[in-house]
Design a protein around this ligand. Structure first.
Ligand code: C2E
Ligand code: CA
Ligand code: CA
Ligand code: CA
Length: 279
C-alpha cells in the first residue's frame, strides 16, 4: 500500500506520545528521587589565579537513582523545569549548599570557600525565591556574602518579574553571577539593568586561547569589561596550564575548570584548601 501523509502524521504523533510518555515517567522518577534522597551536590573549585588558592566552589547537582548510573543535570534539569519540580529541587539545592557553606565556614573561618549556586529560569519566576534564600541563610547562620547565585541571561529575559526577583536577591546582599557570559544575544545590554557582581566568561571564549590573536582579544575585552564595571571575572572551563597562564596575563583574577579540579563531593574540598592548587 502507498505510504500516505496520514500514515506519516500518525507515526509522528505516536513518536510524540512516546516522548511525552518518557517525559512523564522521568518526571515521576525525579519526584520520587527527591523524596528518597537520591540527589547529591558536587563542588567544583574556583581558583584565585594570583595566589593559586581555592577561594570558592560551584555546587553542581547529580542524580543517583538506585541501581542505575548517575544522571547528569543536562538530562534532568530541563525536565524538572518543565514539570515544575525544579521549585522543590531548587529549595533542596539551596538548603544543602548553605549547610555545606556553613560547615566550611565553621571549619576554616574566612578561608572557607564561598559557594556558588545555580538557579534556573523557572526559579527566577518564583516570587518566593528571595524569601527562600533569606530563610536558608538564616537557618544555617550564614551571612549573605558567603553565597553567590548564578543566573543566565535567558533566565533574566524570561519575564519582567525575573529581573525584579534578581534585584531583590541582590538587595539581600548575596553575590550574583551572570553564567555563560557572552553567549547570549544581549549580554552587554543586560549589564545596564541587572545588578550582577560577577561575570562567568563562557568556556567557548576560553577554549581557543592558544589559537588566534582575535580569540585573545575577545577574552581580554571580556575581562576588561568586568574590571571596568567593578565586577569579578571568572574564566570557565580551563583545561590546560597554558590557558591558566594566559588568562592570568589577560587580567582574569578567577578561573574554574578540569585543569584545577573536577567537581568533587563536599568532603573532598577541605584537602584542596590547604595548599595552592596552582603554583
Ligand atoms: P554550568 O552552570 O555552566 O556548569 C558548568 C559545567 O561545566 C558543569 O557541568 C561542569 O562540570 C562542567 N565543567 C567544568 N569545568 C570544565 C572543563 O574544564 N571542561 C569541560 N568540558 N566541562 C567543565 P555539569 O555539572 O554537568 O552541569 C551542567 C549544567 O547543568 C550546568 O552548567 C547548569 O546549567 C546545570 N546545573 C548543574 N547543577 C545545577 C543546579 O544545582 N541547579 C540548576 N538549576 N542547574 C544546574
Ligand atoms: Ca553555573
Ligand atoms: Ca557556565
Ligand atoms: Ca551552561
Amino acid at each position: 500500500a502507498k505510504y500516505t501523509g496520514a500514515d506519516r502524521a500518525r507515526e509522528h504523533s505516536s513518536a510524540l506520545d512516546a516522548t511525552a510518555q518518557h517525559h512523564a515517567e522521568l518526571s515521576a522518577a525525579l519526584r520520587r528521587g527527591l523524596e528518597l534522597g537520591e540527589f547529591r551536590l558536587l563542588y567544583q573549585p574556583i581558583v584565585e589565579l594570583p595566589s593559586g588558592l581555592v577561594t570558592g566552589v560551584e555546587a553542581l547537582i547529580r542524580w543517583h537513582p538506585v541501581d542505575q548510573p548517575v544522571v547528569s543535570p543536562a538530562e534532568f534539569i530541563p525536565v524538572a523545569e518543565h514539570s515544575g519540580l525544579i521549585i522543590d529541587l531548587g529549595a533542596w539545592i539551596l538548603d544543602q549548599a548553605c549547610a555545606d557553606a556553613a560547615a566550611w565556614q565553621r571549619e576554616h573561618g574566612a578561608a572557607g570557600p564561598r559557594v556558588n549556586i545555580n538557579v534556573s529560569a523557572r526559579q527566577l519566576l518564583d516570587p518566593d525565591l528571595p524569601g527562600l534564600v533569606a530563610g536558608a541563610l538564616h537557618r544555617h547562620g550564614l551571612t549573605p556574602d558567603r553565597i553567590t547565585i548564578e543566573i543566565t541571561e535567558t533566565a533574566v529575559f524570561a519575564g519582567g518579574a525575573a529581573l525584579e526577583t534578581v534585584r531583590e536577591l541582590r538587595e539581600l546582599g548575596v553575590g550574583l553571577a551572570l553564567d555563560d557570559f557572552g553567549t547570549g544575544h544581549s549580554s552587554l545590554t543586560l549589564l545596564r539593568t541587572c545588578p550582577v557582581t560577577t561575570l562567568k566568561v563562557d568556556k567557548s571564549f576560553i577554549d581557543d586561547l592558544n589559537g588566534t590573536a582575535e580569540q585573545e582579544a575577545i577574552a581580554s575585552s571580556l575581562s576588561t569589561i568586568a574590571s571596568t564595571l567593578g565586577l569579578r571575572a571568572v574564566a570557565e572551563g580551563v583545561e590546560t596550564r597554558d590557558q591558566a597562564d594566559r588568562l592570568h596575563a589577560l587580567g582574569y583574577r578567577y578561573a574554574q575548570g578540569y585543569y584545577f579540579a573536577r567537581p568533587v563531593p563536599a568532603a573532598d574540598i577541605t584537602a584542596l584548601l590547604t595548599a595552592p592548587v596552582l603554583t
